[in-house]
Structures are given as structure tokens and as C-alpha cells.
Design a protein. Structure first.
Length: 329
């Protein structure tokens, strides 16, 4: 059984959710920081709705770009730095936290170059011009998203508690804590981690697994709604008129042809441009967003007590993070 968690808190990516729903659900990467703009243009309205922040359940998800979100990230590194020194990595005594802000650790030698298929928007490409240039390859990424940072194997294992075959679970004779120094730091900020949740065949763990679970369920329910299916048919008919045969936007964006290289092909660009144009011409985003928002509001109403408790825990954690940061200053 797959297990999904995160070393950096907070984080979330709808792209990963969209790519595998309803088969599975990912945990936490980065929240889009797109701002709303009041404009009557259908394209602007579609792009305004095609963001994480436009959904009711987003109120229960973290915002890494907020003051409190940044404080949590800084506090986590402060505590992880102390932990690494305790484990015998003396070089961390002089670690400048500014060099690791807005980063998450990856094992040295595992970073790959080039762009990836997908973006952080709930419903995929929505700008025909950008799609014609980038296809489905990361046409829109928020600059505030956390970035990977490579660490030597021994330091990576100590930071994350992630081991490969042959890796020691000790560092300089000290036992590495569960989920490494980053995990220990998160527990000191947030408290004990909630029990993992199984969603769509995936084991989802983390402090935001509860709203993520409700988001998954609302999305799954929304896709069964006749209004959603009607929007997909209209989008598919529009694509067919342009020479492309896909039943829905997810099928188009997840076409295996797009994963064969780091750069988009001409076919991919033309497909993505047609995809975005058909979303605008048929009002696809507005239609499905309305359905999914209703499903989320129903989920919030049904589970408000649990969600409010989770948010109260978040507020306490953020207050603790601010104290850690202030004490370090």
C-alpha cells in the first residue's frame, strides 16, 4: 500500500490530486497563491475559479505564502537544525536558515532536470496562448512554491528519516528520530500526527489528511453529477470539432504521449491549446466548479465540528511557530 506524507508543512497540490482522482489522493505540496481579480471576461472568470483558493474547503488547508505559513516553515528548520546538531552534524551549527527557506530536502543525485507534465490548477490549462507555448508542461507555477534542495545521503536520511537499502538508521551513533529531524520538528510544532487515512487505495498521512479526505470525497461525488457529465460532453464535442478525441480534460492532459520528453511536442501544444479554448468556449470550468463547490459546502456542513477542531489545532501550532521564530531572533 502506498503511503503519502510530507517533510515540509504546509503543502498541497491539486495537480497531483487531479491527475489521480478518483484512483488516489496525494498529500501535501504547495498551495497556489493566485489572487482573485474582479472582471467580467469569461476567460478571467474561468482562471479566477481555476485556483485552490476559490474552493470552500481551502479555508481548512494551509497557505505557505501567508505570514503564519512562512513562520511554520522557518520554525521547522530552526528545530531541525538543532536536531541535526544533536545527531552530530556539527556543520549545521553555522547553517544559514535563509539558504533553506522555501525548500524541501531531496537525496543528492535524485534531482532531474527539465519540466514536468501538469500544473497546480484544479482543472488544468485555461489559457490558450500559454497552452500553445507550453502544452501541458508546467505552464503556470507559483514562484512561492517550495523548491527541492539536494543533501548528501547521510544528511538526507537524518533530515527525513527516509532510508535506502544499506542506509544506517543512526547518525554518529545517535538514533535518527521517526521521519527524521524534519518530522520531529513538525511534531514539536503540531503535536502528535493524526492517524493515517486510506483514500482511494492510498494511505494518506499528515496534519491535513482530514480536509484532504473531504476534498477527495467531494470531488468524487461531484464527478457523478449530471451537470458535470454534461460539461464534459460539451467540452469533448468541442474538442472533436477541432480534431481531438478525448472524453474529458483529464484524459487529454494525462495522454501518455506527453510524458515521453522534457519538452512539449507540437501535437501536445496544439492539443493543450484546443483544450483551453474549449474550456472557455463551453464554460466548462464555471460549470464543474459550481458542482464541486456545492459538494464541498455539503461536506463542510456535515463535518464542521471536526474541521473546526483541526483549524483550532492549526492556529495553536502557528502561534507556537511564531514563538519559536521570535525566540531565535
Amino acid at each position: 500500500m502506498a503511503s503519502i506524507t510530507a517533510h515540509m508543512i504546509p503543502a498541497w497540490s491539486y495537480d497531483r490530486v487531479r491527475k489521480i482522482l478518483p484512483l488516489a489522493l496525494t498529500g501535501l505540496l504547495a498551495v497556489s497563491a493566485c489572487q482573485f481579480a474582479g472582471d467580467d471576461d469569461p476567460g478571467d472568470e474561468a482562471r479566477r475559479l481555476n485556483t485552490m483558493k476559490s474552493f470552500p474547503l481551502n479555508a481548512y488547508m494551509p497557505d505557505a505564502t501567508s505570514r503564519d505559513g512562512k513562520a511554520v516553515g522557518t520554525a521547522q528548520w530552526i528545530l531541525a537544525k538543532r536536531c541535526m546538531v544533536r545527531l552530530g552534524f556539527t556543520g549545521f551549527k553555522t547553517l544559514d536558515l535563509r539558504t533553506v527557506e522555501s525548500t524541501y530536502p531531496v537525496r543528492q543525485g535524485t534531482l532531474t532536470s527539465g519540466s514536468e507534465v501538469g500544473d497546480d490548477s484544479p482543472y488544468g490549462v485555461d489559457d490558450p496562448g500559454l497552452a500553445a507555448e507550453h502544452g501541458y508542461h508546467n505552464a503556470r507555477r507559483d514562484e512561492s512554491d517550495a523548491q527541492p534542495m539536494e543533501w548528501p545521503a547521510d544528511q538526507y536520511a537524518a533530515l527525513t528519516g527516509t532510508f535506502e537499502s544499506g542506509d544506517s538508521h543512526r547518525a554518529h551513533g545517535h538514533l535518527i528520530p521517526e521521519k527524521g529531524c524534519m518530522g520531529e520538528a513538525v511534531r514539536k510544532i503540531y503535536g502528535p500526527e493524526p492517524k493515517p487515512t486510506k483514500i482511494g487505495g492510498v494511505r494518506l498521512s499528515g496534519y491535513y489528511s482530514l480536509p484532504a479526505q473531504y476534498w477527495y470525497q467531494a470531488h468524487k461525488q461531484a464527478r457523478k453529477d449530471p451537470a458535470w457529465k454534461k460539461a464534459e460532453r460539451e467540452w469533448s464535442d468541442c474538442m472533436k470539432d477541432k480534431g481531438f478525441r478525448y472524453s474529458d480534460p483529464d484524459q487529454a492532459s494525462a495522454d501518455s504521449d506527453w510524458f515521453r520528453g522534457d519538452e512539449p511536442t507540437e501535437k501536445e501544444k496544439k492539443t493543450a491549446a484546443a483544450d483551453a479554448r474549449c474550456k472557455l468556449d463551453t464554460g466548462f470550468i464555471q460549470a464543474v466548479h459550481a458542482v464541486e463547490s456545492r459538494a464541498q459546502k455539503a461536506a463542510i456542513s456535515k463535518n464542521k465540528k471536526a474541521l473546526d477542531a483541526r483549524r483550532a489545532d492549526d492556529q495553536r501550532a502557528m502561534a507556537k511557530a511564531r514563538t519559536i521564530v521570535d525566540d531565535e531572533s
